[in-house]
Design a protein around this ligand. Structure first.
Ligand code: SF4
Length: 189
């Protein structure tokens, strides 16, 4: 892969510049609450693996946050297995792949969950606030909301991408890791 590796020191910078809203939201919530429920850990964890975070860095990344909430010991005992598992280092040693938009959009986050697709699962008010935080103008946000009302969530995400990167994304967004790769391509030009 072309952009095969990011390290833990780059993560805040690339989260800010190149994560789609679904992953930014999880990333922010993890930093804020030092915890994510299972669905969020899977969605963000596999995405980070997909952007090239190595297993050791992934363990360190989750450990720093979770330790603030549950303590290091509990993290090592209860959560690190899951991360190694996602990297195919435990259990059946399946190499799990990151979730597509389709899968994320059709997921059903419950109370206290932060996974899912914000274009599908946020209220209009929360989505507008999140878009504004990403630097999207209110006019573009109106266009985004129009796509959302027609249930074109990936088109809504594509519009956001285009607004943030000031360019057109003809392929459209269909995978969070594709969003990331397209973004990095543009920013590294
Ligand atoms: Fe994430 Fe895809 Fe939703 Fe965009 S459309 S926020 S990449 S799930």
């Amino acid at each position: 892969k072309e952009y095969a590796e990011i390290s833990i020191k780059d993560i805040d910078r690339v989260a800010n510049s190149s994560f789609p809203l679904c992953m930014r939201h999880l990333f922010d919530k993890l930093r804020e609450e030092h915890h994510l429920k299972h669905g969020g850990r899977m969605q963000l964890g596999l995405f980070l693996k997909g952007v090239g975070l190595k297993l050791d860095d992934a363990l360190a990344f989750w450990r720093v946050e979770f330790s603030k909430k549950v303590g290091t010991e509990k993290f090592d005992k209860e959560y690190s297995y899951n991360i190694r598992h996602n990297y195919g280092k435990e259990g059946k040693r399946t190499d799990y792949t990151p979730y597509s938009c389709q899968r994320i959009i059709t997921s059903t986050p419950g109370v206290g969950d932060h996974h899912g697709c914000p274009y599908r699962h946020f209220s209009e008010e929360n989505l507008r606030a999140a878009l504004s935080k990403m630097g999207v103008s209110s006019r573009t946000a109106d266009d985004v909301m129009d796509k959302v009302r027609h249930r074109h969530y990936q088109l809504a995400c594509t519009l956001t991408f285009e607004a943030i990167h000031s360019c057109s994304c003809d392929a459209g967004i269909n995978h969070p890791n594709q969003y990331f790769t397209e973004s990095q391509k543009i920013l590294q030009q």
